[in-house]
Design a protein around this ligand. Structure first.
Ligand code: B12
Ligand code: SF4
Ligand code: SF4
Length: 384
């Protein structure tokens, strides 16, 4: 708790009350450390402050949009002005409180001992509960505290028009990696960001020194060449975009590069040497759920209701059954075998044309890879 109120720090001068600069600084520092202590108690791994000034890479963001690198994410363009000026998000904003929450869970648990069933890969951030909900709940508690100190706040976790990585870098949460991921030497890249814009003045923290050096591992590790140059990602080629944000058909020329990934991609994160220092998240909500570890063909049996039940609370529910089964078909086309054909044949006549089209593509790929062996069982031919 703050020991002294700000009015106690006012000294008399003539007729009115003026603030002593010294005591004002102390009050601001105390408020800042109170915020940081509360953020820590809520489970955040880092909490630092940036000034609510226009983010430094606004021009790069505009150029990125202009080149069409956002693909179908037209919502990014709609919020362009706001992303380039926090005053357009919250009038009178003075500070941005930035938090980081580690979601690293270690290596993927192996759920199946049946090696004949192909498994898919889900990006680590989506193994457990939806981070938006987990983090916003915590940020709202900080907001309530700041209201008691006279602040007006807006809280965001990937949910608003903010260039989150720019404010996080300004606050010193991490530095801009060449992969575009923000990196902290302690947490690596495995953390989510959240922000509170506030009308309260809080002393800003210093940025970190960038430490990518001559490393280029993320760029060479990317399966689709989506990191076209350091600090620039063409979302249209990124597997995270193709499997999550893209609503329609996945471009044919990129399907085989997606491999076994069915929701998001971690390759440029896995490649980053700073991740060798990562430690397991303290947040129980991010622990892997069984739904993220099923053999691919079992996902194809899900109807709409079963899909919603299986992924309740998970970020995967966002792409709905049609998007998820589309991705499962692509992965089966890449890593499945003839034992997956019955499930794919059923999917090829799904009422959802998007699923049917990708299932047909997958069947063709499996026949290409396994033209004669092992032989097609009789019941398989009958089912198709
Ligand atoms: C759109 C989006 C995507 C898109 C586009 C990603 C992209 N790199 O642009 C797609 C769907 C591909 C995506 C993928 C992922 N995303 Co995303 N995404 C976002 C979102 C909503 C907006 C990002 C954005 O504005 N992009 C536009 C470009 C121009 O900005 P940027 O890439 O962030 O680039 C910044 C820097 O590179 C810098 N910059 C630009 N030019 C230059 C030049 C130099 C020299 C320097 C130093 C810096 C610099 O300025 C930019 C603005 O800060 C943010 C949340 C948010 N509101 O910010 C989450 C966010 C960036 N995503 C996040 C995550 C976790 C992911 C994935 C790891 C998920 C996954 N496993 O599949 C991948 C990672 C892929 C990658 N390498 O970025 C986290 C990242 C946390 C972190 N530690 O960095 C965020 C912050 C969400 C959150 N609240 O935690 N994402
Ligand atoms: S998330 Fe995957 S596809 Fe996207 S840039 Fe990173 S490695 Fe490339
Ligand atoms: S892999 Fe290397 S270049 Fe890429 S973000 Fe990590 S340290 Fe930077």
């Amino acid at each position: 708790m703050i020991a002294t109120s700000s009015t106690a720090k006012l000294q008399r001068k003539g007729e009115g009350l003026v603030e002593s600069p010294l005591s004002k600084d102390r009050t601001l520092d105390e408020l800042k450390w109170e915020v940081v202590a509360r953020a820590n108690a809520l489970g955040f791994d880092s909490c630092r402050i940036a000034t609510a000034a226009p983010p430094p890479h606004g021009p790069e963001f505009t150029a990125w949009l202009g080149e069409g690198a956002a693909g179908e994410m037209e919502w990014l363009g709609r919020g362009e002005e706001k992303r380039r000026d926090p005053q357009k998000v919250l009038t009178g904003a003075r500070s941005v409180i930035v938090v980081a929450l580690n979601y690293w869970q270690g290596d993927a648990p192996t759920a199946s001992s049946d090696t004949s069933s192909a498994m898919g890969r889900i990006a680590r951030y989506a193994w457990g509960d939806d981070y938006h909900e987990v983090m916003l709940g915590k940020l709202e508690q900080l907001d309530k505290f700041l209201q008691t100190r006279g602040g007006i706040q807006k809280c965001y976790v990937d949910t608003g028009p903010i260039l989150e990585r720019d404010f996080a870098a300004e606050a010193g949460i991490g530095w801009h990696g060449k992969s575009t991921m923000l990196i902290d030497p302690r947490l690596g890249t495995w953390f989510f960001l959240g922000e509170i814009l506030t009308t309260l003045v809080l002393p800003p923290d210093a940025p970190q020194t960038p430490r990518c050096g001559s490393c280029n591992r993320c760029i060479t590790a990317c399966p689709t060449g989506a990191i076209t140059e350091p600090h620039r990602l063409d979302a249209r080629r990124c597997i995270s975009y193709l499997t999550i944000e893209l609503k329609g058909s996945i471009p044919l020329e990129l399907r085989s590069l997606i491999g076994d990934r069915i929701y998001g991609c971690d390759d440029c994160l896995d490649a980053c040497p700073w991740n060798r220092f990562a430690s397991i998240s303290r947040e129980a909500a991010f622990a892997a759920k069984p739904a993220s570890q099923m053999p691919l063909r079992e996902y194809l049996a899900l109807d709409d209701q079963q899909f919603r039940a299986l992924f309740r609370g998970s970020p995967i529910k966002r792409i709905k059954r049609r998007g998820f089964l589309r991705n499962v078909c692509v992965a089966l086309g890449n890593v499945g075998n003839r034992a997956d054909l019955p499930a794919l044949h059923r999917a090829a006549s799904d009422v959802e044309p998007l699923i049917a089209e990708h299932a047909t593509w997958a069947i063709d790929r499996i026949f290409e890879r396994f033209p004669t062996f092992p032989p097609v069982p009789h019941d398989l031919a009958a089912e198709s």
